[in-house]
Ligand binder design. Structure first.
Ligand SMILES: [Zn+2]
Length: 183
């Protein structure tokens, strides 16, 4: 049977990694064999751990690219029950879709998490494609830093810079539509 693909998306500080971590702990509690991967670009806190903004963490494999990852792991149903991917927006679009489809075809479940939009409000390509491929989608929301209502956007507090700029609360914050502008 084909594996199930579940995708968790939302703005920054919505709690995506916490949702992923919750599923990691459930899977471990059921003695499932798991692999946790995040792209190595995400070095905010640690290369070898996924860490939530409230300091919960789990060990992970730091991915440079899929080629190396496929050399380091065998994605076979006998060896892996669930693959967890964090920060999917930073993974290569075509390669990620291709390999996740192969992994699902081998019967392994995949749970992934990532930003759906950048601070300009544009969709992240890999996240969009994964949403299109998903069996189950969970969109979670933060709270606007200005007024406290539900926030769907990530607001960049300083202008300019690269799209993939990785940063925590010093650069980005969750905002509602009223208090957000693309930048
Ligand atoms: Zn607001």
């Amino acid at each position: 049977m084909r594996g199930n693909l579940e995708t968790i998306v939302g703005a920054m500080f919505a709690g995506k990694t916490s949702e992923l971590l919750k599923r990691i702990l459930w899977a471990k509690h059921q003695n499932k064999k798991i692999i946790v991967i995040k792209p190595s670009i995400d070095n905010r806190y640690s290369e070898k751990k996924i860490i939530t903004h409230n300091d919960l963490s789990h060990e992970c494999y730091s991915m440079t690219n899929w080629k190396e990852t496929l050399q380091d792991f065998q994605f076979k149903k006998e060896l892996v029950d669930v693959l967890f991917l964090d920060e999917i927006q930073f993974m290569h679009t075509e390669e990620t879709i291709l390999n996740v489809e192969k992994i699902l075809s081998s019967g392994i479940d995949v749970v992934c998490a990532g930003l759906d939009q950048d601070s300009r409000g544009k969709p992240w390509e890999t996240s969009s494609m994964m949403l299109g491929l998903s069996d189950k989608i969970i969109k979670i929301y933060g709270f606007c830093n200005v007024c406290g209502v539900e926030a769907t956007k990530t607001y960049r507090k300083e202008e300019g810079g690269q799209r993939t700029r990785v940063g925590a609360a010093n650069i980005y914050e969750p905002r509602c539509l009223k208090h957000w502008e693309p930048r």
